[in-house]
Design a protein around this ligand. Structure first.
Ligand code: SAM
Length: 165
């Protein structure tokens, strides 16, 4: 069972579908317009539930998960640390895909606008995380090492967090 945090319009669902992967998945996002778009994407798939919740709290997410996946989400969170602490309690594994891998010297946060359809825009943040901050928050969740999988076609990186046995 997968927990997809910050699912947006369920892009990841399309990736699973293209690869014919059938997995039970709970997809969470804070924004209703994006969850409405996700509802259209999943087309009533009974394996998928959509939940509106704040990734810092995840109060509405009750089960235990095999994997929590952040796909292009960690850079958009006000509190990556709060969210990762919560995800650590809910899931056995955490996988993070970033388009801004945490390799910067300093932390920077930019405010942008996102078109959410129906002529509406919502503000969102785009974070560039320093290596030091990333290491600090991973240490807070008991992560001892990170397996890094670069994506040859973009600057994306996929990080699989490892914990002590
Ligand atoms: C850049 S989008 C990525 C969406 C999707 N995962 C993808 O790969 O297309 C970042 C997402 O994080 C969501 N998000 C931002 N802050 C959040 C929060 N506090 N709790 C839950 N979702 C949040 C946004 O609403 C948005 O859908």
């Amino acid at each position: 069972m997968i927990l997809n945090i910050g699912c947006g319009d369920a892009n990841l669902y399309e990736c699973f579908k293209e690869r014919k992967l059938i997995v039970s998945c709970v997809r969470v996002d804070i924004l209703h317009p994006l969850l409405n778009a996700a509802r259209t994407t999943i087309m009533g798939d009974p394996n998928v539930s959509l939940i509106q919740d704040d990734s810092d709290r995840l109060d509405k997410v009750k089960k235990e998960y095999d994997i929590a996946i952040y796909c292009h989400t960690i850079e958009a969170l006000c509190s990556p640390k709060g969210s990762l602490l919560k995800a650590r309690k809910l899931a056995k594994e955490i996988v993070i895909r970033s388009f801004e891998p945490p390799e910067f010297e300093t932390d920077a946060v930019e405010l942008r606008n996102k078109d959410v359809g129906e002529g509406k825009e919502v503000p969102y943040i785009r974070r560039k995380m320093s290596r030091d901050y990333y290491r600090l928050i991973l240490s807070k969740i008991g992560c001892t090492s990170v397996d890094v999988y670069p994506d040859g076609t973009s600057k994306d990186q996929v990080h699989e967090l490892q914990y002590k046995a």
